[in-house]
Design a protein around this ligand. Sequence first.
Ligand code: ZN
Length: 278
Amino acid sequence: MNNCKYLIFLFFSFLFLSPNLNEESLNLGRDKDPRVVEDISKYKLFYRKSIWKVLSYIGGRNISSLAFPKSISYFNSSNKVALTIDDGFCGIDNPDGDMTKEIADLLKKYNAKATFFVTGSHILNTKESDIVNLLKNGNEIANHNMYDIPYKNIPINQFENDLIETKSILNKFSKNLPKWYRAPHASISDDMHEIIKKHNLKHVVGDVFANDTSIPDANWISSFILKNVKPGSVIIIHMPERGIREWNYLALENILKGLKEEKLEIVTLTELEQKSAK
Ligand SMILES: [Zn+2]
């Protein structure tokens, strides 16, 4: 049991290695992440994979339920999983990086649907028509707040203002937004939970995550996810951009292919909840 507690501690220290909130990182929150595969040494990559593998022995559902008792991490379903894609659509530092159209096409190719957790400040480099098309295909967009930063460190009124601002940005594309909210960096406090409830939102984490922002290896990410996924799972992966975390495009394709082979239907959070056994 002590070992288990130690592993959980390790898991969260690793997950929540927060960036320093200086002026430059405030809008991005990914300054310490590798952008391309070459940004990380082989030794570091091996170390990160090993730690993540060891932590996975605890089980994604056990970890999520222990760490986020007030949040949803999976549903009861026999044949469906939800795919959630974080940090949509493209960082402001990457003007030519948007891959929304490519991801929409990929999802369509595999008859899959996803919930995109959109960062309010990550929308300027994306064509409006691509977002409209994404929604037309049955995907949904949900609130991931204005900046991809740990809001636990930010005054609560700023958190609420940012949440409202993001909602109004997303409302331009969809009047009926789903009730889902995901806290950036999984950083959430009881006060934040209260605000989320006040705005009729529900906080969703997930039970399958391959730490894809830190481990730039598409095949490793997809095999980790396919190995740990279960019916009813909520899969978390981050949006690939051209030149930044682009490995997630291939990872996503492998995941979609693998889930199809497992006969698991890939749906949005809303659909997974609607069709789940209560
Ligand atoms: Zn995020």
